[in-house]
Each structure stands twice: as C-alpha cells, then as structure tokens.
Design a protein around this ligand. Structure first.
Ligand code: G3H
Ligand code: ZN
Length: 288
C-alpha cells in the first residue's frame, strides 16, 4: 500500500488533487468511501476536534484502518484543525495518518513557535505522520454564512505572502501548508464565494516547496478548483457541502416517511445525497 506521502508526490505530478472530507459519524464515512472506491481514487477523511469528540479518535482510526485493510484501498485519516497540544497528543497516540496544527489566527512568530513544537513532537513519536501547518486566517466553521467571518483574509494584502510561507516552512519543518488565498470556511447562503487568487497560490507553492492544502473548498467554482490544482494545490477540503447534503437528505426522508424509526432506513437518502456531492468533487479534483 502506498503511503500518503508517496501518493501526494504522484498527485502533484499528475496535476490532480486528493479530496479531503470531514465526518462525525459512519453514514458520512460510508458515502465518501463508496464513491472513492467506485472512482478508484485515494481519499482523506478528516475529523476536527469537535467531530473527533463525537465519533471518538480511537474509533475513527479503527474505522478508516478497517476500510483500508479490508479493501486494500488508499483511505487515510487526518486530525483536522487541531488546536490544542492535548489533542495533537491524542491524534498521535491513536494512530492518525496526518495532523493539521491550526495556528492560523496566531501572530506569525507565535504560529511558527507552536507549529515547530508540534512537528518536533509528532516526528519524535512517529516520523511517518504528516504534519500540516496553517498560515493565514480563513475563518472557522463549516457553516452557512450570512457575512464574511471576522478577521478573515480576503484583501490581497491580507492573504498569505510567499515569503512568509517560505520562512514558515523552513522554520517549522511542516510537510504541507494550508494558506489563505481567498478561500473561506463555510458557504454563503445567497452569495458566491470570493474568488481564489491563483497567482498567489502559484507563488506560495514555489516559495514554500511543500504541497499546498486548500481549505474551505465548499462553494468554490469548478474553474477556480482546476486552476488552483494547476497552480500547486494537492489536497482540497470539503465539508459544508456534505453537511448540507446530509441534512437535506434526512429532512426529505423524515417528511416522506414520518413513521420510520430505523436509522439505517432514515439515513439512506442522506447517504445517497452525500455520495452525489462527493462524486461531483472527486471527479473534478481527479480530472486529467
Ligand atoms: O477543514 C475543513 C475544510 O476546510 C472544509 O471547509 O466547510 O468550507 O468546505 P468547507
Ligand atoms: Zn479547514
């Protein structure tokens, strides 16, 4: 089985991207895995601190590992937006394949200091775990938004600077970098997402020298995704779109079958709708 590190190298060469999808329970995992398996493309499952708290870290690792082993399929688990050192330790101890330390809202020097500490700790325990750092504020929460998140980087002067990215990577030793390039967590209710700054992505990739991870993927245009991949993005995170699909599917099922009480029947439409959302994104990210 190829490691995530090796797959990332291949991904970049092929000018495609690996899809990263968040889960908090097994119907979401089932939907994502089934689509990735049908399409024959690698996939990363993410759990934020909240999602991991709900599902359980040991349980998330066991579920993903069991799929990887039973189907000999490249599915990996990322500890997404991990903010506390306690949670970093738990992710390492339970066997995650990758960890994002999220110091994105910290001042640069403090972000570097904390991220470096995390990289040293993780690599001392298991050098195979990939560590991602975050540079720039893209707001937090996979939610439906009415307005821009406070402090989020949208203006060109607030986006991640290539020279900062180079310094950050050199000082911390991260394997991957999540920059602020016009991307935002969550999705607007009645407005389009801001456009991605493709030339900034290209410049950051060149300066940083490590694969880039695009967060806040929900709501972005196909055109921006393809250009971002061409410019150096190797992993794309999608969560809000899947949450919306999951909820809409469940609401429809509850409406159509008000007497139904079996969870696996109530969740069938959710699974179908999440599968559709995942399929659209994975096909696009793996378009050659
Ligand atoms: O880490 C999670 C992602 O960045 C999801 O962002 O909810 O905007 O798709 P999204
Ligand atoms: Zn994110």
């Amino acid at each position: 089985m190829k490691t995530l590190k090796k797959l990332l190298k291949e991904t970049e060469k092929k000018k495609v991207a690996i899809g990263h999808f968040n889960v908090a329970e097994t119907s979401q995992l089932k939907a994502i895995f089934e689509v990735a398996k049908d399409l024959g493309v690698p996939v990363i499952i993410g759990t934020s601190e909240g999602e991991a708290g709900f599902l359980g870290r040991k349980q998330a690792v066991a579920l993903v590992k069991s799929l990887r082993e039973e189907y000999k399929f490249p599915i990996f688990l990322n500890s997404d937006h991990t903010k506390s050192f306690e949670e970093i330790k738990k992710a390492v101890a339970t066997g995650y394949d990758a960890i994002l330390f999220d110091g994105g809202t910290l001042p640069l020097a403090e972000n570097i200091k904390q991220t470096k500490k995390v990289v040293q700790y993780v690599k001392s325990k298991n050098p195979k775990i990939l560590v991602e750092g975050e540079l720039g504020n893209i707001g937090s929460g996979s939610i439906i938004r009415k307005e821009l998140p406070k402090g989020a980087a949208i203006k060109p002067e607030d986006l991640t600077k290539p020279e900062d990215a180079a310094w950050f990577v050199k000082e911390t030793g991260v394997d991957m970098l999540a920059p602020a390039v016009g991307n935002l967590h969550g999705m607007f209710k009645d407005a389009p997402e801001p456009r991605l700054d493709i030339e900034r992505i290209r410049a950051i990739r060149k300066a940083a020298g490590v694969p880039l991870v695009l967060h806040g993927g929900s709501g972005n245009t196909d055109e921006d995704f393809l250009a971002a991949i061409d410019a150096g993005v190797s992993i794309i995170h999608i969560s809000t779109e899947l949450r919306v699909a999951w909820r809409n599917g469940l609401e429809q099922e509850l409406k159509e079958n008000p007497e139904e009480i079996a969870p696996y029947r109530l969740l069938a439409k959710s699974v179908l709708d999440v599968k559709e959302a995942v399929k659209t994104r994975l096909k696009l990210f793996n378009k050659k």
